[in-house]
Design a binder for this molecule. Structure first.
Ligand code: UDP
Length: 325
């Protein structure tokens, strides 16, 4: 049986990857320090013989017994609120954590896949963004801790590939949504759905003319699964090119929920990208991949999840800052 280690495996994306790799017949080791991840996302897997949870910080030395075929490095705070709250841990997990995970991949002869991000393109001056675009990132702004950590992580991954011959893959993930997002992670979709379901005003930042392109989580997981099994070591965008303004997105959520919520405009956060849309020419060509779940379907599934979550009354733990620094 093949064995895969997923760091950040108790997070939104990590937990969906755990499900997918188990379904494909892999044994899965899920590693997480549970700062932004949650056991709620993986509790349905406890008790399975092919699933192991390790409560560990990936920035410390990692010891995993036995062979590993692949390592998916998904550990990181990943929403603007989380990485503003945890700036040093965000930098550490992207740099030290990536180094540790690559060292483990080298020691085990495992293939390594880095979860990178469209944030590498910063506030882009090229639209849509192809992998060949180097980006427009402010290193010293509030988002710099995430953007630069991921850019460093990409550089480190390529160095292990070139210098140590580790088989590496880099996925640049664009905005993704779906069940298991946290209501309190500050991202647009959980914020809007939570507000709409509670009948509160919808907080649109700026005038809402900034654009994003939202991908349903199952599509993203399919793209990542294909990329891991491909031969592509250079970065590859995975995202849904269906672009819309944030105001349109907010209106869509209001309409779907049947909420009477009004739109309330707030200040635009610093360095908030004005546009974002993946150029997926490469993913189409080398993976035969493109997103298949349309926005209505994806939003309906996500809304079911949030409705059930709110109805359960189960509180979401606040993000626990571990040792900053
Ligand atoms: N946004 C918003 N209201 C919110 C949360 C986010 O208008 O309550 C905006 C945010 O300023 C950004 C977009 O929605 O322009 C997407 O934000 P998100 O945090 O989901 O992801 P980002 O793409 O900025 O990393």
């Amino acid at each position: 049986m093949k064995r895969v280690l997923i760091t950040g495996g108790a997070g939104f994306l990590g937990s969906h990857l755990c499900d997918r790799f188990l379904a494909e017949g892999y044994a899965v080791i899920c590693m997480d320090n549970l700062i932004t991840g949650s056991k709620d996302n993986i509790e349905h897997l406890f008790g399975r013989e092919d699933f192991l949870f390790m409560h560990q910080d990936v920035t410390e030395f990692i010891h995993v017994p036995g062979p590993l075929d692949a390592i998916l490095h998904f550990a990181s705070p990943a929403s603007p609120i989380d990485y503003l709250e945890l700036p040093i841990q965000t930098l550490k997990v992207g740099s030290l954590g990536t180094h540790k995970a690559l060292g483990l991949a080298k020691a085990k002869g495992a293939r390594f896949l880095l979860a990178s991000t469209s944030e590498c393109y910063g506030d882009p001056l090229v639209h849509p963004q192809p992998e060949s675009y180097w980006g427009n990132v402010n290193p010293v702004g509030p988002r710099g801790v995430y953007d630069e950590a991921k850019r460093f992580a990409e550089a480190m991954t390529m160095a292990y590939h070139r210098f140590h011959d580790v088989e590496t893959r880099i996925v640049r993930i664009f905005n993704t949504y779906g069940p298991r997002m946290r209501l309190n992670d500050g991202r647009a979709l959980p914020a809007f759905m939570g507000q709409a379901l509670r009948g509160e005003p919808i907080t649109v930042f700026g005038d809402g003319s900034q654009t994003r392109s939202f991908c349903y989580v199952d599509d993203l997981v399919e793209g990542i699964y294909r990329l891991l099994h491909s031969n592509e070591a250079e970065p590859c965008n995975i995202g849904n090119p269906a672009e819309m303004t944030i105001l349109e997105f907010a209106q869509k959520v209001v309409e779907m929920t049947g909420s009477g919520s009004e739109i309330s405009f707030k200040d635009l956060p610093k360095d908030d990208p004005k546009v974002r849309q993946p150029d997926i020419t490469k993913a189409r060509a080398i993976l035969g991949w493109e997103a298949e779940v349309d926005l209505d379907t994806g939003l309906a599934r996500t809304l079911d999840f949030f409705r059930a979550k709110i109805a359960s009354g189960r509180a979401e733990p606040p993000v626990r800052a571990g040792q900053e620094g």
